[in-house]
Design a protein around this ligand. Sequence first.
Ligand code: AMP
Ligand code: ZN
Length: 468
Amino acid sequence: MRVYNTLNARKEELVPIEEGKVKMYVCGPTVYNLIHIGNARPMIVFDTFRRYLEYKGYEVTYVSNFTDVDDKIINKALEEGVDSSVISERYIEECKKDMEGMNVRPATFAPKATEEIGGMIEMIQTLIDKGYAYESNGTVYFRTRKFKDYGKLSKKNLDDMQSGHREIKVTGEDDKEDSFDFVLWKPKKEGEPSWSSPWSDGRPGWHIECSVMSKKYLGNTIDIHAGGEDLIFPHHENEIAQSEAANGCIFSNYWMHNAFLNINGSKMSKSLGNFFTVRDIAERYDLQVLRFFMLSAHYRSPLNFSDELMEAAKAGLERILNAKKKLDYAEQNAEGRSFFFDDGEDQDFGAEYVAKFEAAMDDDCNTADAIAAVFEFVRAINTAITDTSSTALAELAEERLVKMCDVLGIILDKEEEALDAEVERLIEERQAARKAKDFATADKIRDKITAMGIILEDTREGVKWHRK
Ligand code: AMP
Ligand code: ZN
């Protein structure tokens, strides 16, 4: 399998440190608001990559953090007059709901920065001891120029940058030795959350959080570090400097970055105000459609959000769901069908599309081409499966279709699941109406259920139901 490694600016064969195992870290969201669909892009694409690694037999340890201490969280807490943990906990829960809706699997470990402060203090102390960091009036800075490889990921050269920007000191950071030095620890301001440290009561800088959480859950050197391309500089560059200076070894062998989700040609972001939250989209579409839309482009290509593309994704997804229904029907209505393969049926039906799908995914997780292979398979199913096809053929096709969709994180039985939940809810409502002796309402609900193609039976053990 080949992946594009930002560090070496080329596609490379993925060779994990430990055979058969992949250790992967994906920078997670800052939790001060509902996530927008730009934030959802790395979640969906790297979840799909993880699923494919597992499909290939790798054991994947997937770590993705929540940044739960940050200026934006603190500001929102001040606005609402609550503790900043109230804000971060609220939006972690909301984020998890969105992830579930998009079928993004929970990470193996999802650490919160505020629960890892001890490790951060330890790494900062190591950096000071090694001469890579210094304290000044309670603030600790990283001594950027001392780390000789600085710029290797973003291909930036400090001297070139210097000539472009004579003065890039930020106000309040006047004690820096050099304008490129960045904050590892900063003293608290009034009303901010803080932790005690050898330097001041304060809080960590953003970059040190990921270096520490990656080390704790995955070790000093990991296989893959990933995130959106806006993180390459300075966030990931700074993570490399901190981790490699402190640990004395390579931080991550591969760096993967997704391109932006744009809207009208510019990056969707909270600060520009041109965003849709995942929740906004959930009001109009099943979130599977959003997931399918995201995967319709290669993760390193910019993707423009539009109603037309969402409608196209919806229609494409429906074609796949219909093929699955056709296969289910062929399996359930066995009458007139042979249980075993008939003469003339392809006993390896679908193999060529599975091969195409894998070739696309092996080539830097090309989900766009992988989806094209699924569509080709759907066309072949629509032609090959007829009223007389054997159930063996239908089952083989279904197994292969489901396997590919599992990698993409598309649930083919979702509609049925949702329908079942709706029926259960209506049955409960009808029972409540009967209990209240409101028989008119109870009958109305029964009619509604019948119209859905469901037969109800009132038995001694309660209400039972089945499809017509
Ligand atoms: P943040 O909460 O801003 O730290 O972002 C969380 C993740 O979402 C990071 O990996 C960002 O790179 C990514 N991200 C933010 N906006 C977009 C966007 N418009 N398109 C793609 N990825 C994005
Ligand atoms: Zn990070």
